[in-house]
Design a protein around this ligand. Sequence first.
Ligand code: ADP
Ligand code: MG
Length: 468
Amino acid sequence: MNETIDITSKEMWERAKEIYLSTLHSVEEKSQVDRYLSMILSVSRKGDNFIVLTSNAYAADYLKDNYSERLRKCLELVADGEKIGLEFKYDETAKPAIIMPHNQMGRQSYSNATSTFISTMPLNEEYTFEEFVRGPSNSWALAAAQGVVSNPGKSGYNPLFIHGGTGLGKTHLMQAIGNELKRRNANMAICYLTAETFLNEYVNALKNGQIETFRNRYRTIDLLMVDDVQFLQKGKQFQEEFFNTFCALWQAHKQIVMTSDVAPKNLPAVEERLISRFEGGMVQEIESPNYETRLAILRKKSESMKPAIPDYALEFIADTIKSHVRAMEGALHRVSIFRSMDPTENLTKETLSKLLKDFIEKEQTLKKLNIEEIQAVVAKKYSVTITQILSAERTQSIVTPRQLAMYIARKFTTKSLPEIAKLFEKTHATIIHGVKNIEKRLDVESDLKATLAEILSEFGYNLSDKMD
Ligand code: ADP
Ligand code: MG
């Protein structure tokens, strides 16, 4: 699959990328998108499907979760409206992430790094303390991060473990530590990477018989930042290696910072001794920001936007999009693009609601629905069991509720197809088939539609809350 890089698909991809980048107005997002796009190794096309291979698994996931829909739409634009599918995959045969030359070793206190290369992911220069808005939801985490900057490696703040939901600023805050320490000590050996990249490198080092080099690299770092350590659960042997690296750095008073979407004690399948090490320094949570903080973040992010976004539009966003900052930023960019297309257009509440419809709907969905709940409610409605829903039984009295539950999961939640497939214990194809089938039936069967409406109302929804 990966050798069929034909010129036309590559060209199409480049055009789509160009279009997409031109819709981004903030330098921050542009550089973020650029950074991830630079981890793409090749693009190929199979029928209607584009397959993009990346140099690390994290990049593939990140692109998929954050940009795939928009990039896909741009591809469709380039293809004159033809339906296009887009997949991001990690090329396991590729070299580990990005190898950056290490700074010259200089100052006494940071001079014991012996290797000339460390593997690291680039820091986003926009992720600074100045750009980080303080609020009650993050003030403790922020104070801890500043504590690390004043005294890297000192006990009490070592390790610093920041946890909280997605898009709440963990990566930003962590990289702010890196950026600030780099600014203060140009010679400090700083390494930022995700736990997943770390794991990939470890696996590669093992494969290539370079485990000693790997160890030496990571044990000679002054600041190790590991993002998204929930991925540590993958692999006992790796946990052992991570534990040893951790202890070596910690004993040498080198600073370690980690983030995760859950508190250390809730990390699934992570060894007790690692958890107690993680808890041995400072653990801080970032929570969802309140209205004032959301508005302050929007004001900050919109400062450089031209034409300026009126305050009432910012208030509208802060008021309707509450779950994560990343979604708020997405909404802000949309408003900014809209504004630049027609600066005279009045941004009424109605215009904004229409413009941000999908964000607002997602917001409602995100909060309420989870797939197990959907399965339970549908099963109850049809007087079948969840086991039957998850089974392969083909009788119509079971197929209907099963497919209806799939349909709700697909159309009324933001869960990805793989996640849904997993929770239904089925293949992607089965889910797609089930959803299509219900779609067809809904067009002609009014009682099925009525049942669906009833089920949805149990979640406080109605048919028009459907996405896309
Ligand atoms: P996480 O790592 O928790 O998923 P990120 O650090 O990637 O979240 O943050 C998502 C986006 O939200 C980033 O663009 C970040 O700059 C922004 N953001 C989050 N919290 C804040 C804040 N308090 N001030 C400014 N920007 C923020
Ligand atoms: Mg993050």
